[in-house]
Ligand binder design. Structure first.
Ligand SMILES: *[C@@H]1O[C@H](CO)[C@@H](O)[C@H](O)[C@H]1NC(C)=O
Ligand SMILES: *[C@@H]1O[C@H](CO)[C@@H](O)[C@H](O)[C@H]1NC(C)=O
Ligand SMILES: *[C@@H]1O[C@H](CO)[C@@H](O)[C@H](O)[C@H]1NC(C)=O
Ligand SMILES: *[C@@H]1O[C@H](CO)[C@@H](O)[C@H](O)[C@H]1NC(C)=O
Ligand SMILES: *[C@@H]1O[C@H](CO)[C@@H](O)[C@H](O)[C@H]1NC(C)=O
Length: 396
């Protein structure tokens, strides 16, 4: 072998060696990138490149904790191994119990969640009602719910709270009112301290209640006497012949009497009964009832004439006034002179009487020398005098 050849071979060998060294010298790693919610551990934060084989660790970010996996990764030939670490939000646990209130935990109790406190009805939040779950637990402190307070209850005239009032009252407190003597409590007796810090409803009023004496014409008071104050009562009855409409008993209430005054209405009359020999005038014959104050007239029956008294009667409270009318039989006067004979007038010449003529002995039987004409005879008949004998004579 020639020395030049040896030298050439050596050169080639050295180049080959250099190539091997270059290949074996592995690449460095750049800063590794972690998974969600984690950071590089403090020791590695400032470093920018990491030599082959270097090991770095991750740690969970503030508010997060490891939920599994190794925190470290290794640099091999310029590549980091997979990040196995996983981080979850830390739990703060219970934010505590709110007296007279409660937390709304709908968001949850993990890092970043908010617990919002609300107070029960009648209670008021003092300070902040929100706690936030931080890395080190809940911030702030358990909120306080203070009872709502009302001030002095309102004053009223002629009355006031039953017991001397206090300066403040807790929510739900009840204050009762009383009225002074002779005054009536109108409205609600007690008021309550409500969640808005005010008493409700409005306090009562104290009123002097008085009712006037009722006026009931044709009636009489049978129970209760004035003066009429709150809850006094009075009862009426109607006089005879009057009928009551409305309520007989009334009670004196705050707004006045409990009902309108009763009224006494005169009763109606039935058909009136007349005296002897008279009848109701035609206008009233068909009527059956007659209102109070109605006038009706009687007239004498056929063959009778008025001999005195007023023909009318008046209906007053269901009763007719006395019938004053009197009716007597009508008179027919003289039945005339009978020539050669005479009338027997022993019955009389009034309605219904008969005048019987007899002829003198020796006169012609059935001869009647009547001075009056036939028409005058009819006039007698129209007066209802019944001349039986004449009838026969006329028809002879
Ligand atoms: C890797 O880093 C080391 C130390 O900083 C350095 O000496 C070496 O040259 C680097 N290697 C490469 C291939 O850059
Ligand atoms: C709790 O809060 C949520 C969101 O603010 C709301 O929708 C929900 O009605 C609340 N629940 C109660 C019981 O107040
Ligand atoms: C009397 O009669 C009138 C008319 O028919 C009637 O309106 C009234 O109610 C009656 N009165 C009585 C007290 O019955
Ligand atoms: C009934 O008669 C009397 C006296 O006779 C009279 O005062 C009254 O007004 C009369 N009534 C009616 C309703 O006609
Ligand atoms: C008249 O009539 C009456 C009764 O009919 C009789 O009793 C009387 O005797 C009569 N008188 C004369 C005078 O005829």
């Amino acid at each position: 072998m020639q020395p030049s050849n040896v030298c050439w071979s050596l050169t080639i060998w050295m180049v080959q060696l250099a190539l091997i060294v270059l290949t074996v010298q592995a690449e460095n790693c750049t800063k590794p990138i972690g998974g969600p919610n984690m950071v590089l551990s403090d020791a590695f934060i400032t470093q920018e490149t990491f030599v082959d084989g270097a090991k770095v660790t991750f740690q969970c970010a503030i508010g997060y904790a490891s939920t599994g996996g190794s925190p470290s990764v290794t640099c091999t030939a310029g590549m980091w191994s997979d990040v196995k670490l996983t981080c979850g939000r830390k739990s703060c646990g219970s934010p505590g119990e709110v007296m007279n209130g409660r937390f709304n935990l709908s968001e949850g109790v993990l890092f970043g969640d908010k617990a919002v406190a609300t107070c029960d009805t009648g209670y008021m939040l003092v300070g902040s009602g929100v706690r936030t779950c931080m890395d080190g637990g809940w911030d702030g402190r358990v909120p306080v719910c203070e009872v709502v307070k009302c001030g002095k209850p309102p004053n009223i005239v002629n009355g006031g709270p039953a017991v001397p009032p206090e300066d403040t009252y807790d929510y739900g407190s009840v204050v009762q009112y009383d009225c002074e003597k002779d005054y009536t409590l109108v409205g609600t007796k007690s008021i309550t301290c409500r969640e808005n810090g005010e008493f409700q409803p409005a306090p009562p009023e104290c009123k002097m209640v008085s009712c006037p004496a009722p006026v009931v014409e044709n009636g009489v008071r049978i129970d209760g006497r004035p003066p009429y104050t709150y809850k006094s009562f009075v009862t009426y009855r109607c006089n005879a012949g009057y009928e009551m409409e409305g309520q007989a008993s009334l009670t004196c209430e705050i707004e006045g009497w409990s009902a309108p005054y009763p009224t006494c209405k005169a009763e109606n009359c039935t058909k009136p009964i007349g005296g002897p020999n008279m009848v109701l005038s035609d206008a009233f014959i068909t009527q059956e009832t007659f209102v109070d104050g109605a006038n009706v007239t009687f007239q004498c029956a056929i063959g009778y004439a008025r001999t005195g008294g007023s023909p009318s009667v008046t209906c007053t409270a269901g009763m007719w006034s006395e019938v004053k009318l009197t009716c007597g039989r009508k008179s027919c006067g003289s039945p005339g002179e009978v020539m050669n004979g005479r009338f027997n007038l022993s019955e009389g010449v009034l309605f219904g009487d008969k005048a019987v003529a007899t002829c003198d002995t020796g006169s012609v039987q059935g001869y009647f020398a009547l001075s009056s004409s036939l028409s005058e005879l009819n006039a007698f008949l129209s007066l209802s005098c019944d001349f039986l004998v004449f009838h026969k004579a006329v028809h002879l």
